[in-house]
Design a binder for this molecule. Structure first.
Ligand code: UD1
Ligand code: CA
Length: 456
């Protein structure tokens, strides 16, 4: 007996008005369908079967998962027909969990609750929800004993049935053998001329089974996305949940509605995050880390007591403890700051190691550089790492002082303790502990007089 998850993801999503298939639309920068696949994977299921149709080739390319297989539904003849397309992938003894590619946020716990309802006596279980406004959804019809009798789609419902507040989320768990036989009996004689998956509920009841139901903890878990309005509304709800989770772990957020997490964030104690911050990919923040307003951090690890001042853009970097970065710093991939390093305003770094306590305080570009400890880089220093064809390395020893507005033309080595005079263009290695400068001599022309304007 195995668990198979079938995800219905063939629909076009016309209302998105987009070339991108609906199930690839991003929620927190991740395709809707990928959210569902990731949840399925958390259930340790044996196989995930995605039923795809519209934009199938593109969908295949843009989602991934263990044990993920695709099956094509060429024509969208209804949710029941879609599940038929997965018939070859489950066996009679399997439990089949049916999810939707456009319902991205169902919690693992909710699905486990649903699956726990399925046994020999209850081969079909349903996830329902009670809504104030049930319009658009299939209604759950119960008898006088509160037993589920059927699901009636809105377009097929009687006036009395339209008043029912408990609706079908679409999500259900079914034993393989019965699913197969019920699907085979589906007819499309309804208002939409479709093969409704929901018709199998009445079939189960007719076969003498009672249909247990459960509900999710949060409404957000079963919200589907059909247009850009719903997409952004779910994005905001989801972001708020992620922000709440960070606060639960002790983070101080200046405005929980102005933080965006598009990936995974791990935090230490007493982290402070100011307004309008975006985290992408894997972000790890140590204790007492402070992230200033309007910072974007992508795939970044930051050790304890470090401050990132406002408007900094940090990507693919590892930052040590007690560092100060920004405001307006740009740390590009491959940047590593050792403890107590400082990178100030309008400084760009790339593929560079900055030693402990070293400072690059203003207006500099440091690329492909290995820098020792205790270095001071003057304002306007540029490592000229590119000769138009190849990239070259700059090595700067411990306790070097680079005067302002210097260019270090790589490959070049600045020996430990060296001082480079301001305004120098350094093209050859500089000796340790010496002053090196390249600068034309300063002249004063005595008695020179300013030009005067000629009369017209
Ligand atoms: C469906 C349910 C309804 C439920 C609602 C919850 C049916 C008949 N109705 O209605 O009871 O309240 O979901 O949101 O099941 N799909 C395919 N192939 C198809 C048809 C649909 O892959 O041939 C996919 C769609 O891409 C979508 C999902 O199945 O992801 C649901 O289909 P949709 O047409 O949106 O069903 P609803 O009318 O919303
Ligand atoms: Ca729908």
């Amino acid at each position: 007996m195995a668990l198979k998850v079938v995800i219905l993801a063939a629909g076009k999503g016309t209302r998105m008005r987009s070339k991108l298939p609906k199930v690839l639309q991003p929620l927190a920068q991740k395709p809707l369908l990928q959210h569902v696949i990731d949840t399925a994977q958390q259930l340790h299921c044996d196989e995930v079967i995605a039923v795809i149709g519209h934009g199938a080739e593109s969908v295949k390319l843009h989602v991934t998962g263990d044990n993920l297989v695709f099956t094509l539904q060429e024509q969208q003849l209804g949710t029941g027909h879609a599940v038929v397309m997965a018939n070859d992938f489950y066996s009679d003894n399997d439990t089949v969990l049916i999810l939707y590619g456009d319902v991205p946020l169902t919690a693992k716990k909710t699905l486990e609750d649903l699956l726990s309802l399925v046994d020999e006596k209850h081969p079909l279980a349903l996830l329902t929800i009670t809504l104030d406004d049930s319009s658009g959804y299939g209604r759950i019809v119960r008898d006088q004993h509160r037993s589920v009798q059927a699901i009636v789609e809105q377009k097929d419902a009687t006036l009395d049935q339209l008043l029912i507040k408990e609706v079908n989320t679409g999500i259900m768990a079914v034993k393989g053998a019965l699913l197969r036989s019920w699907l085979a009996a589906l007819k499309n004689s309804n208002a939409q001329g479709e093969y409704y998956l929901t018709d199998i509920i009445a079939m189960a009841v007719k076969d003498g089974y009672s249909v247990p139901t459960t509900q999710p903890v949060h409404e957000m878990e079963v919200l589907g996305v059909n247009d850009k309005l719903q997409l952004q509304s779910l994005e905001r709800k989801y972001q708020r949940t992620l922000a709440n989770a960070l606060m639960d772990q002790g983070a101080t957020l200046i405005d929980a509605n102005r933080l965006d997490i598009r990936g995974d964030v791990t935090i230490g104690q007493d982290v402070l995050i100011d307004a309008d911050v975006i985290f992408e990919g894997r972000v790890v923040l140590g204790e007492n880390v402070e992230i200033g307003a309007h910072c974007i951090l992508k795939n970044v690890t930051i050790a304890d007591n470090t401050i990132i001042h406002p408007f900094s853009h940090v990507e693919g970097s590892v930052i040590g403890n007690d560092c100060i970065v920004g405001p307006y710093a740009r740390l590009r991939p491959g940047t590593e700051l050792a403890e107590r390093a400082r990178v100030g305003n309008f400084v760009e770094t790339k593929k560079s190691k900055i030693g402990s306590g070293s400072k690059i305080s203003h207006l500099s570009y440091i690329g492909d550089t290995i820098m020792g400890a205790g270095v001071n880089i003057g304002a306007g220093t540029i490592t000229c790492n590119y000769d138009g064809v190849n990239k070259h390395r700059t090595v700067i020893g411990d306790n070097v002082f680079i005067g302002s507005d210097s260019q270090l033309v790589a490959p070049v080595i600045i020996g430990a303790g060296a001082t480079i005079g301001a305004g120098s263009t350094i093209t050859k290695d500089a000796d340790a502990n010496e002053l090196t400068l390249s600068r034309s001599k300063q002249l004063t022309l005595k008695g020179w007089s300013k030009p005067v304007k000629k009369p017209k």
